[in-house]
Write a protein that binds this ligand. Sequence first.
Ligand SMILES: NC(=O)C1=CN([C@@H]2O[C@H](COP(=O)(O)OP(=O)(O)OC[C@H]3O[C@@H](n4cnc5c(N)ncnc54)[C@H](O)[C@@H]3O)[C@@H](O)[C@H]2O)[C@H](O)CC1
Ligand SMILES: [K+]
Length: 508
Amino acid sequence: MQVMDGKRMREADAIALEEYQIPTLLLMDRAADALMKEVLRWQVKRVCILCGLGNNGSDGLALATQLQRFTDISVSVVMLGEGNQMPADGQVYYQIMRALNIRSFIQPGLEDLRLLLHESELLVDCLFGTGLNRGIDGLFYDVIESVNASGKPVISCDIPSGIHADTGQVLGTAVKAKVTVTFQNPKLGLYLEPGSLYCGDIVIADIGVPNVVMERLKSGFELLDQELAHRLLPPRARNANKYTCGTALIIGGSKGMSGALQMCVKACLYSGCGLTTYAAPACIMNALTSSLPQAMSIAVSDKQGHFDNEFCDELFKAAQNVDVIAFGCGAGRSEDVERILERLLLIDKPLIIDADGLWALSRRLPLLKKRRSATILTPHMGEMQRLCAVDKNALQSDVLRYAFDFVNEYPVTLVLKGMRTLILEKGRLRINTTGNEGLAKGGSGDVLCGMITALMAQQKQAFDAASLGVYLHGLAADLQSQHTAFYAMTANELIQGISDAFLAAMDE
Ligand SMILES: NC(=O)C1=CN([C@@H]2O[C@H](COP(=O)(O)OP(=O)(O)OC[C@H]3O[C@@H](n4cnc5c(N)ncnc54)[C@H](O)[C@@H]3O)[C@@H](O)[C@H]2O)[C@H](O)CC1
Ligand SMILES: [K+]
């Protein structure tokens, strides 16, 4: 499923009209159908629809007429301007609405508005959609604040009003919805923070723009859902052996951080890698070997509990002979870690860099340009800040631009971890749909790194391995959360959930 930006959606509308003779009015009718379906789910008797002055508001008027014609729900409409200020299609519904005697309020005072919201059971937000292009103020601001203050459930039409369709930013204020019914294709802003926190559940409704039109408008942005994840599963031949399933070397750990490496290796073992070897400072080997009997190990003489670059020959020899290398989990921050990363970057093998490896990388970024094999980076927002050398606010306000700038400059696959993890390569973006707040714990990232390492060892295509790893990791958390409280979820539960996640993804 393609994810779209506002500009492409407007183009879709225009092409449907000009080349396929599909009037916008028909699309609006379908949009209203989809909204009505969602309204009916709530089994309420009194609905208030708040309409702005563009096509989003017109969708709202269309919904009002449909609810009046097909249901016994009592409908009230709040308009933020006169009917003749609406676009031509909206005026058609406005006239129908008048003829049907639907209760409507044009620019009501705030007290009247609050009373109306108070007596309604469900609100439908049709104030702004993809056309929002500047900060919200004046009456619109007050109306949105009143909607949020009412405490009533809200269904947002296309996108919560106030959220920018391309960046997910709040432009002044925004409606907090329980559900967003988004038309034809989901919009980027629904998945980027903070928009993702405003939209509630996302329902995607086909409103009849021909598929050929959407395909022509290729955004390069894709929703990482069950259908896609299923296609990305690496084939596992009946006569597979441990070598055909790939070999991995995972390098990390340090005194006090053996757990990070252990979680990473375990997740790799549970995710299908044929042969997994780990390399760690010798002082933590005892802690690891008993809990990781299925993996092979290389002990590196350590310097006060950390890697000593002088004694890494065996590690680098092993690195030359595996399909994939992962570096960073629990490795700590030291000059030796930087040196080891430098040497790993020169090896012509796929390399996954996580955690402290990313810290070291942020001091050696130009070396990425010399890479000849795939490189996958798995930063969270803090690590991304360091990689891009920007502050938190700048990154958060335009995360996609920074992420694309990064993959345009460096030949990497970027896994930007967050509520909706983003996977990027030059010109391509996938947005993950799985995962939950149970993942907000130390160790989750190590598990993800191990899963991606295993999948990379098996299918050898970085963008797909990273995508599938992210999807399964979130799905493991979702499945575990059916019987484990978010509070109680740890990397252990997550690893226990990996098998179920694979089974669910294997389901056709
Ligand atoms: N694209 C499609 O296939 C279809 C989309 N539909 C719906 O139409 C909206 C987009 O409608 P549009 O008229 O372009 O814009 P809006 O309704 O979002 O905004 C209206 C209008 O408001 C002005 N404006 C922008 N920002 C502000 C602000 N901060 N304060 C005041 N006014 C503002 C601006 O000039 C806009 O033009 C889409 O989301 C769908 O819901 C159709 O239903 C069918 C097909
Ligand atoms: K809206």
